[in-house]
Design a protein around this ligand. Sequence first.
Ligand code: ADP
Length: 248
Amino acid sequence: MTSENVIETDGLTKEFKGFRAVNNVRLKVRRGTIHALIGPNGAGKTTCFNLITKFLQPTTGRILYNGRDITASRPHEIARMGLVRSFQISAVFPHLSVLENVRVALQRTLGTAYHFWKPERSVEVLDDRAMDLLEQVGVQSYAKLPAVELPYGRKRALEIATTLALDPEMLLLDEPMAGMGREDIKRISDLIQRVAKDRTVLMVEHNLSVVADLSDRITVLARGEILAEGSYAEVSKDPAVVEAYMGT
Ligand code: ADP
């Protein structure tokens, strides 16, 4: 089916001991867009993100992925369906080289198919594909370096490469720019834009200038509910949004 929305939530609600962190959220993420989830501290962004990636189970409500109900699915099951959270399955192994990290991620995706097919070529084929991915994220010159020695921004790029190894249809990024300087922000922004050419991206991001630059569509949460939705130009001049940000 070719629904316009990759993700749709309906009545999504999460309570922690009676406190509603996410309240009746109806979120729609359109195919092929970069969609940002923003809002003041405590708005429910992380909880919402964890519900969609199935790291948390909703108290009530439904989550549809490509029209399919994934409310009861486990994180690894939805990852196999193509809905992948960066840094989820793809933790970086610090003492493996940059190239080996991507090779491991590819092996996980491809399983034993390559070995079965032509064992003597398997490493070579995987490494070609791994180098491709490293080039895409701009860390090819670090291929032989242990991952632990990568500068911070490049490590996040490597994490994205290991996620891309899973060939996701939709990428979920939890504060991809956290802790980054201006140069790294520029580099990761470019990368997200390239990745989003043939994928859908949903991200939680605090840096509003990044959100303004990257996002096609924005959902603003406050006190667990959707306060506004639209382009950056639209939501940034919404009085309710201005007030929610000023009030924190
Ligand atoms: P945001 O990411 O927008 O800052 P969160 O989703 O982290 O907001 O949190 C929303 C609200 O839910 C906050 O008031 C937070 O204290 C509360 N909360 C989040 N996780 C838990 C938890 N595991 N137990 C109890 N309260 C929680």
